[in-house]
Design a protein around this ligand. Structure first.
Ligand code: NAG
Ligand code: NAG
Ligand code: NAG
Ligand code: CU
Length: 164
């Protein structure tokens, strides 16, 4: 099991679990029991939330040697129909990995190309999170080295917005 540690796996499991809690909170309506007691589970306001465009990495954009797993945890949760914008130069790309195992190992053998090396220029490559499922993103360049050593990988589990 090269390429990741037990601690990394634990972080992933905890992150996924906490995202599920947030999604439950979204659907819980005004009677969600934690409301007003625990601000970590604050009920999102429904009125002013449409789909958003999020630049992956913020001002760092999509580059080698930036910890996107941390970025995703700090900037999430993301919601269904939000758009991720990948801005990058021609040394990078965007792939979707099929499962957690490929993600942890940076195994690109079954990955699907989303944005090629030229599509990150200008306004960037846009990808809409259309489904309620985990998405595993990685840079596909240099046979997984950008994914592995460069930490150019992260996953998101988009949530359902509260329906009003
Ligand atoms: C990656 O970033 C760290 C700290 O930000 C720096 O010390 C290191 O030299 C960088 N490595 C590469 C290959 O850019
Ligand atoms: C996402 O957008 C599509 C197309 O605009 C819409 O049909 C769908 O209901 C939206 N899904 C959610 C969960 O808002
Ligand atoms: C990347 O994709 C765009 C849009 O599909 C295409 O026009 C371009 O030729 C591709 N570039 C490479 C290097 O494959
Ligand atoms: Cu890269």
């Amino acid at each position: 099991m090269g390429g990741f540690t037990f601690a990394q796996v634990l972080v992933l499991i905890i992150a996924t679990a906490s995202m599920l809690v947030v999604s439950t909170a979204n659907r819980g309506g005004p009677h969600w029991p934690f409301r007003g007691h625990d601000h970590r589970f604050h009920q999102p306001k429904c009125e002013d939330q449409g789909p958003k465009k999020i630049i992956v990495g913020g001002s760092e954009q999509w580059r080698f040697n930036f910890t996107y797993t941390d970025w995703a945890l700090k900037n999430g949760p993301f919601f269904i129909n939000d758009t991720l914008v990948f801005k990058y130069d021609s040394r990078h790309s965007v792939y979707l990995l099929p499962d957690l195992w490929s993600f942890l190992n940076c195994d690109l053998s079954r990955a699907k190309l989303l944005g090629n090396v030229t599509q990150g220029g200008g306004k960037g490559f846009e990808y809409v999170l259309q489904e309620w499922k985990p998405y595993y993103f990685a840079c596909g360049e240099h046979d997984g080295i950008h994914c592995n050593l460069g930490q150019m990988k992260f996953f998101v589990m988009p949530m359902l917005r509260c329906m009003v």
